[in-house]
Design a protein around this ligand. Sequence first.
Ligand code: BES
Ligand code: ZN
Length: 925
Amino acid sequence: MSGRQLLPTNVRPLGYDLTLEPELEPQTSGERQRSDGTAVSATDPTTTIQDWSESEGVVGESRSNDDDDGAFVFRGHETIELEVVQETEEIVLNALELKIHTARVGDLEAREIRYDDDVQTATLVFDQRFPAGRNIQLELSFQGVLNSKMVGFYRAKYKDQVSGSTKYMAVTQFEPTDARQAFPCWDEPALKSRFRITLIVPGDRQAISNMPVEQETCRESDGKKVVRFAETPLMSTYLVAFVVGELDYLEAHTADGVKVRVYTQKGAARQGSFALDCAVRVLSFFTDFFGTPYPLPKEDLIAIPDFAAGAMENWGCITFRETALLLDPEKSAASARSRVAEVVAHELAHQWFGNLVTMEWWTHLWLNEGFATWAAELAVDHMFPTWQQWMQFVSTTFAAALRLDALRSSHPIEVEVARAQQVNEIFDAISYCKGASVIRMLANYLGLEVFRDGLRRYLRKFTYGNASTDDLWQALEEESGKPIAHMMRSWTRQTGYPVIHFDDTKMVVHQERFLADGGFSGTKSASESAANKSDSESVHWIVPLGMINNAGPSDARYLLLDQPQAELSSSGVVRAGDELRWIKLNPHQTGTYRVNYSLSMWAKLVEPIRDKTLGATDRLGLAMDAFALTKAGLLPASVALQTLAAFSKEDEYACWLDVVGSLGELGVIFASEEADLRGHFDRFACDLFRHTAERLGWRPKPNEEHVTALLRSLLVGALVKHGDKAAVSEARRLWKAEHEGADRVPADLRLAVMSAVVQHGTGTDFDAVLEAYSKAPMDEERVRCIRALGCTRDRNKIQWLLDWGLDRTQVKSQDAIYVYSTLAANTAEGRRATWSYLREHWTTFYQRFGKGNFLLSSFVASILRDFSTEEVAIEAENFFQSIPAKERESILRTIQQSVERIRANAAWRQRDAVAVREWLSKHDR
Ligand code: BES
Ligand code: ZN
């Protein structure tokens, strides 16, 4: 398709036989020399697998070595079976940061090996043409760097629990396009192959890969283990994985006999027991739901000490950040349990959606990520029906989708991706959250059983193959007999989503695109006018539109809105005889849209929130819409505030999650720099929380619900953040008591307590939290400490933290984001300081997080998100314009989105500053 940088199709890979030997100890420069002192030339034909241990190797000069990367190498050898489709003398494949020593087909040695770093390929030129229709065996030997950037084949650092010394694991992270950093390959998702993998590792390490071990031998010459794994089924390169380390594990089996293990560092296996239990249950759940058994004999879930993402679904060999897999029954918070269950379920969903059936190109990434996000909720809801998983989905995932997709610089779910450098950026809230939201909408529209049967049909048809978005629609059409493709393309091929304006006097609805700035700024981005029709009125979505009213608060009625507007009185949605006091559209918030009502209807809707005639998800939905519409300038500020105020007797965690978040945002935009307004505002917030917070208390009650623990943690944190005096002093008392040897502060309150201590305490308190950080037994606690430290109001501490965040001896690269995102979120001063720091140290940030990693976009987005002045918008535009084009290529969309968000914030502040102040001071009597 147009513009995609794809490999030539003159040859096609069928199978790889791959051997890798990573060095897990740093090599001194002496050891890096060959024993005879000579260097190995790139085409030295004598370099074979047997004499690797003697060959020297420093490659990857282009990789910035801020941590002696050159000292860690891996050597590789592979034989790739290729089908020659068209006669050729050149073979082009992906390779990056690799040195290919030799390339040959039979006796024929490549005459030339050319690298192109921009498109990340190597071209092998032979003196002879390979005729079409014949298979050939391409044999390569190569070498790479076991890097420290958490991509490709990399090293993760940890402390040996027994000796306390620093050790390394070798780990892979290939998705989306970094298998090419570990071995030369055809690194595109549609080029599926079988893999036979062999790892050569020190005798005291374990080696894990996608498949079970088939054979393990000892190499006489140096006592190393040669571990050969069974051949994989047909699969994409980005799902290949290896892990080499010293590990403990827990094991269980599913009813179908799949062997499931959770691997941890030595001594930590018991922290894997919750995840193991979830994994076994989820595997059975998906086997049943998808109607296809898990196809591999084993599934390993492995905790990795340095890991860029949350987890990665490598087939049969799933890797995780420690906080996404491990729990300590005493020391972990309820939120950690939620996280582990969700991440395990998400990665297991990929074993079908993504691994068994794979997107044909990154444009359809959402088929992986949107689906896994949706399916994970389904599985967690199945395992833990009292967790209110779907309600939380609305306040987190659905909310994130609507937030990002309200920007002009958003993108359609199906988005054209041309270059490897652009793929990371689409692992965003559109692919994950909007993807999951439109799937939920569709599943509700079709009914879960019809939807499930359509999925089964799709999985059967494309097993071990690749599919596109349209393939899924086709399967669902065949199953349901409904025109799904037509409806769903309006959601996956258009940017944005509608706001439905509901006129309750005429009983008419009309839709238009919802924009974060209300559509008032008037400037359309080039991509928007190209992609969408210029007249915003004619852009429309096919919306399953439902409504409930006071006559039937749980009796939803639906119609399919496929026009810009419609009459409701004749549609059967409203029945004669219904005595209408209030009407709410989008029951259970299953539709990916917002609703705007008349001011009088908004006023009436406050009642069923207060008296809870409306169900919790609908109360939540009204709060979300009122707030977003106000922010966009489509409603006066009083509507958002009066709606929030209606939640004072609320009990549901998901509702509070939204209310607390909205209050936080209001505070940032309106009260960051004005102390008197801050006072009004904080009192308003604390008054709102008081009733429920008092009901919950600070002590966990025996056998209380999971969501109760979550809610307590949330509200105590919110009270502390808004400076409630009683809460702050209770927090400080608990902290002091812990340090005097009394009870430990319960896990669910630790973040709030430590935040209070840092925010309202002295330098000594700051140091005490820092000390807790250095002694923390788990990453979960370390992250809490970082986030608490980021609450400091002390200018010098802010500066100190900014440097500390980049000190790799203190803060893991994977966790640096927490330092900067909390500093930027907490105070106006911290925000400005963090933004200056990012600009001053850009090169360091870029080199550490930017090269083929998605972390860089999260730094930019989280540092800029809360600004609300035109000056910073311009500063950001100018700054990113001034850096080399190569350094912004992977964050172009993020930059645009950040700037657009700042401008929307600024417009809101200007528009509503007076009204917010008036409303709050009237309320604060
Ligand atoms: N496939 C992703 C991992 C990934 C993310 C690879 C970004 C490359 C770039 C994995 O399935 C995933 O989505 N992980 C999430 C956790 C999940 C529960 C949302 C993550 O890493 O945050
Ligand atoms: Zn995923």
